[in-house]
Ligand binder design. Structure first.
Ligand code: NDP
Length: 295
């Protein structure tokens, strides 16, 4: 059986169309959601993410402010910028692109962002609220994964979910969201990492297998239960001399082999990636609505 492909681009496009409509309605009320995107340094992957985020904002009518700082920017300067953006009424969302250059204290920067403008959902206040099941900005990639499952009519409640990866931006929040006692939770979740013994023993039990390890093609067909839903969060650059840019993007899942065994599967690119940006737009619009007292 060949798996059905979950088309992240299509799901994202539908959600963005809804958001565009909402932004137009807000504009009629004199409200324009605004996102500030801060990039420190020249990391090529970060640069392309930031450009994609700004373009996506423009496409649906969100105002975006593009702030690019040199790699050697001191901590105090970045903190002053965050403070200024916190006070700027045009800005509803502040996104500081990670990772920051090594000399900067990421934790301190994230902590300085006003939780009401933390559209990445990384501030400890939002992380804590999410964990407690309270309303909060949800981190974009995990939220995007859940939306993909819902829009693909995958039943999360009662499912055995195995997540490979326990980072603060993907694995941990996703596990947390999936165990919440709510309509998008109620799953039984196992989180695996590099110290997990016999990884395949776990992955083979998964009704929903989510790979977020950053290890190209590590999930092979023999690690997947027949008919499972496989979500590939991984985005890895692997050398490819046949490509003009010298590399190609690949996920954490051996897509060609696993698609012959899974029931549903996301491709890379075109799976989770477009959803991440969409959920960022979603949070920015929601933040603008809250700031205007509409929510
Ligand atoms: P991190 O490097 O922060 O975390 C990776 C996690 O995977 C760690 O918990 C690590 O375990 C675990 N891991 C790595 N290799 C293995 C292995 N061989 N077996 C078991 N566990 C393993 O990565 P991120 O969470 O930031 O990102 C994960 C992937 O998702 C990356 O490819 C990244 O590019 C991609 N990504 C994609 C996004 C999108 O929008 N599509 C957004 C964000 C990330 P341990 O903790 O023990 O080290």
């Amino acid at each position: 059986m060949t798996a059905q492909i979950i088309d992240g681009k299509q799901v994202a496009a539908a959600l963005r169309a809804e958001l565009q409509e909402k932004v137009a309605q807000l504009k009629d009320k004199g409200i324009v959601p605004g996102l500030a995107v801060v990039l420190v340094g020249e990391d090529p992957a970060s640069k392309s993410y930031v450009t994609a985020k700004e373009k996506a904002c423009g496409n649906i009518g969100i105002y975006s402010e593009d702030i690019r700082l040199p790699a050697e920017t001191p901590q105090a300067e970045l903190m002053a910028l965050v403070d200024k953006l916190n006070k700027d009424d045009k800005i509803n969302g502040i996104l500081v692109q990670l990772p920051l250059p090594k000399h900067l204290d990421e934790g301190e920067v994230l902590l300085a962002i006003d939780p009401a403008k933390d559209v990445d959902g990384f501030h400890p206040v939002n992380v804590g609220k999410m964990m407690l099941g309270q309303k909060a900005f949800l981190p974009c990639t995990p939220h995007g994964v859940i939306q993909l499952l819902l829009k693909s009519n995958v039943k999360i409640e009662g499912a055995e979910v195995v997540i490979v990866g326990r980072s603060n931006i993907v694995g941990k929040p996703l596990a947390n969201m999936l165990i919440q006692k709510n309509a998008t939770g109620n799953a039984t979740v196992t989180v695996c990492h590099t110290r997990t013994k016999n990884l395949a023993d776990h992955t083979l039990k998964a009704d929903i297998l989510i790979a977020a390890a950053g290890a190209p093609n590590m999930i092979t067909a023999d690690m997947v239960k027949a008919g499972a839903v496989v979500i590939d969060v991984g985005v890895n650059r692997v050398d490819d001399a046949t490509k003009k840019r010298g590399y190609r993007l690949t996920g954490d899942v051996d897509f060609e082999a696993v698609k012959e065994k899974a029931g549903l599967i996301t491709p890379v690119p075109g799976g989770v990636g477009p959803m991440t940006i969409t959920m960022l737009l979603y949070n920015t619009v929601e933040s603008a609505e809250k700031a205007a007292g509409l929510k």
